[in-house]
Ligand binder design. Structure first.
Ligand SMILES: Cc1cc2nc3c(=O)[nH]c(=O)nc-3n(C[C@H](O)[C@H](O)[C@H](O)COP(=O)(O)OP(=O)(O)OC[C@H]3O[C@@H](n4cnc5c(N)ncnc54)[C@H](O)[C@@H]3O)c2cc1C
Length: 435
């Protein structure tokens, strides 16, 4: 996972040296150490959030214009990928295979700073970290991901998610906690997944998760059930999921739509009871995926509208509320694009090119965007939805006839090949981010 050491070119070496000066001595560099350089950068770009959007924006900025001083600020020392994290729940993979450090980006000359940004000053153009460190910028890009609205379901809280009702919607300790709970559950037990309303991170994610948990149950606890209580009446790749669940797991996975009483209003963690609109449901393990909105830093700094998400110019990702701040990834309202890692990657590239163009006094290039979401239902059964997008009248829209769903009647070989495509996609996109 961690990239091999390389001998950086003199230019890159000097670049990394200077970029360190964009931070402060008070906070740590995540990656190889760097020292000061004397030259003045063309412009300072600060990127907050080193995930699927931010890591890519930082890297492609340095590729678009090596004379920029790029600083990536990330609160965690390593990044744990949500894509493929459902496989940790089935036991098909361990979390180490999802964990990446930032040394590859440091070697590219990006100053990667370990800090949590708590303040943005768009007038004086700086962001401030938790410990008081100040990072000045000429251009700012945020890719901070999502936050959870725990208050939307009575009785739910962040503390509960950390201790006994994990959402595991940010991969990491909660993913491991949920796996442990599944292991401890008796055969014949029920795992309830509470699926959130739209829009939310990874629309097919809860349904892939149901399949991965059923995969584990089918081998180890065959009398058990996976119940999905949904705030919606339809979901991504629905027909493909329902056919795949049936094919591999019989009646083990059951989906209850909102119309059928699946919308959950409250939880009692002591009795492990979910209160639905019509009736209550008991479970042995509850995976409550909360309602979502843009990450806290976007909320605290006036970047969200009434929807809870960040409106942006969909060509440059400049906030329409704070025009000098760009927002990409899950936090942004990006037209027809779903909230996915691949969307965040695509947006990171479009945004990096637009920011580099603006710094160089040029117009942003005509953007093109892409997304594919794979879901693995069984070790030999993958499905996908793909989209190509263009800008039309200021809005990101699907290109008619491009993309689409896996065929409903695909043969077993095609389903197995889609699993390989999913794994290749993961290897490629994480190499794109971290090397
Ligand atoms: C179970 C699951 C499965 C998924 N599967 C897929 C899939 O197969 N394919 C796919 O394309 N997508 C998938 N996704 C969705 C994907 O994970 C997200 O869409 C993607 O991570 C969004 O990227 P982002 O950059 O917006 O946010 P993130 O990747 O979450 O990155 C945000 C980063 O910002 C940091 N941060 C936030 N606030 C601050 C701050 N104030 N200061 C410093 N750092 C900060 C965070 O620590 C984090 O590292 C899945 C999601 C889940 C939950």
């Amino acid at each position: 996972m961690s990239a091999q050491p390389i001998n950086p070119s003199r230019r890159r070496f000097l670049g990394s040296v200077g970029r360190a000066a964009a931070g402060t001595a008070a906070v740590g560099l995540l990656g190889a150490p760097a020292i000061l350089r004397a030259d003045t950068p063309k412009a300072r770009v600060v990127v907050v959030g080193g995930g699927y959007g931010g890591a890519i924006a930082a890297k492609y900025l340095t590729m678009a214009d090596p004379d920029l001083r790029v600083t990536l600020i990330e609160r965690n020392p390593v990044y744990v990928s949500c894509p493929l994290s459902n496989e940790v729940l089935s036991g098909e993979r361990d979390i180490d295979s999802l964990t990446f450090d930032y040394r590859g980006l440091t070697r590219r000359g990006i100053a990667v700073m370990g800090d949590e940004i708590i303040e943005i000053d768009p007038e004086q153009r700086f962001v401030r970290g938790k410990g008081g460190a100040r990072y000045n910028y000429d251009k700012l890009i945020l890719s901070p991901g999502v936050a959870f609205d725990f208050g939307a379901i009575d009785g739910m809280s962040a503390e509960l998610a950390d201790s006994s009702i994990p959402h595991a919607w940010k991969a990491g300790p909660q993913t491991l906690l949920l796996r442990k709970q599944l292991e401890a559950m008796p055969d014949g037990g029920v795992c309830a997944i509470v699926a959130p309303p739209n829009p939310f991170r990874c629309p097919p994610g809860p349904y892939e998760r149901a399949a991965q948990i059923a995969l584990y149950f089918s081998h180890h606890k065959p009398k058990s059930k996976v119940m999905i209580y949904d705030a919606k009446d339809a979901f991504s790749k629905q027909g493909l999921f329902q056919a795949g669940w049936k094919e591999h797991y019989g009646d083990m996975v059951e989906w209850v739509s909102a119309a059928a009483g699946g919308a959950i209003e409250a939880i009692d963690p002591d009795s492990m009871t979910l209160t639905g609109v019509v009736e209550d449901f008991q479970a042995d393990v509850i995976n409550l995926i909360p309602h979502q909105r843009a990450a806290q830093i976007a909320v605290d700094n006036g970047l969200v509208d009434d929807s809870g998400w960040c409106p942006v110019d969909q060509q440059t990702f400049a906030s329409t509320l704070q025009p000098d701040i760009h927002v990409i990834g899950d936090a942004a309202i990006a037209g027809a694009m779903p909230k996915s890692g691949y969307s965040a990657n695509s947006q990171g590239k479009v945004c990096a090119m637009a920011v580099a163009a603006a710094i160089n006094g040029e117009s942003p290039p005509a953007p093109s965007y892409v997304n594919t979401c794979y879901s693995i239902l069984a070790p030999d059964h993958g499905i996908s939805v793909a989209g190509v997008y263009e800008l039309k009248d200021g809005e990101i829209v699907s290109v008619p006839g491009a993309g689409g769903l896996s065929a409903p009647d695909a043969d077993a070989r095609t389903r197995a090949i889609e699993v390989q495509f999913a794994l290749d996609w993961y290897r490629n996109i994480t190499a794109d981010m971290f090397t």
